[in-house]
Write a new protein. Structure first.
Length: 265
């Protein structure tokens, strides 16, 4: 992505200094969250892991509250519904729950949720590709050293490189789309709509991995899915500019020429 921008769209390299700090902070937070996510998948079924990770929109609501952007009453109801769903999802008759895996996956969801409001602040003034570039670079600064520290082999002869490369490109384009969504409709609604990935994870974990959910887990999945459908009744509005109070109020740009990004913004 960096090479493509250097060759074709150098204007996407510009970002105000505090915005760069915000992107680097968001990327590092997301990087540590990614490490927790994949470590948790070693302990949990993919379907259960994705269901737990799908709690991140509700953690987004918490971070937005700390940034003085109050979610609606409906969002609070959905948080309660999701909590009950998690209890059902992690209760498997005749099988002990890997508490460490569950905690790591919830930790990954919390960190992923934290990076969205940070990037939202930057996106008030900066195009989505610019935010995606610097955020992904910061993520790489976390996960690449982790590979060398944890794997201790280069190159790893038994690593499935084709799926890893495929996942890299999927992550790249999905993040650009994600930040474009955050820029247009805000972090809360983007995160809530992102729960649609839950259905895809359950479907392919069943088709490709042969995983099955118990009755109580299906009830939890239905409850979580119901909270997703309630998004159509949400009326959450984001402020046109970043607020002057809240834990992210320090991410504010200097006075910028309105046409600095030209038609690309």
């Amino acid at each position: 992505m960096l090479v493509a921008i250097l060759v074709f769209n150098k204007q996407y390299l510009y970002i105000f200094p505090i915005g760069l700090v915000g992107c680097m902070l968001a990327g590092m937070i997301n990087g540590f969250g990614s490490l927790l996510y994949y470590l948790a998948l070693q302990r949990l079924d993919a379907s259960l892991g994705q269901l737990l990770y799908s709690l991140y929109p509700f953690f987004v609501a918490v971070w937005l509250m700390l940034d003085h952007q109050m979610p609606s009453r409906l969002t609070f109801f959905r948080i309660t519904l999701a909590t009950i769903a998690v209890i059902l999802l992690t209760t498997v008759p005749g099988k002990s729950v890997d508490l460490k895996g569950v905690l790591m996956m919830i930790g990954a969801a919390i960190l992923y949720a934290m990076h969205l409001p940070i990037n939202q602040r930057v996106l008030y003034e900066v195009p989505a590709p610019t935010v995606a570039l610097y955020t992904l670079l910061a993520m790489s600064a976390v996960v690449v050293p982790a590979y060398f520290l944890l794997d201790r082999a280069w190159p790893a002869g038994n690593a499935p490189w084709l799926p890893v490369i495929g996942l890299t490109f999927v992550t790249l384009f999905s993040r650009i789309a994600l930040f474009q969504g955050v820029k247009k409709i805000g972090g809360m609604q983007t995160a809530l709509l992102g729960l649609a990935e839950l259905l895809i994870a359950i479907l392919f974990s069943r088709l490709l991995l042969g995983e099955n959910l118990s009755l109580s887990q299906w009830l939890g999945a239905i409850g979580l899915g119901f909270s997703l459908t309630l998004v159509m009744f949400e009326k959450h509005k984001i402020p046109p500019q970043g607020g002057k109070t809240g834990w992210l109020s320090w991410i504010r740009p200097p006075a910028l020429p309105k046409d600095i990004f030209g038609p690309y913004e």
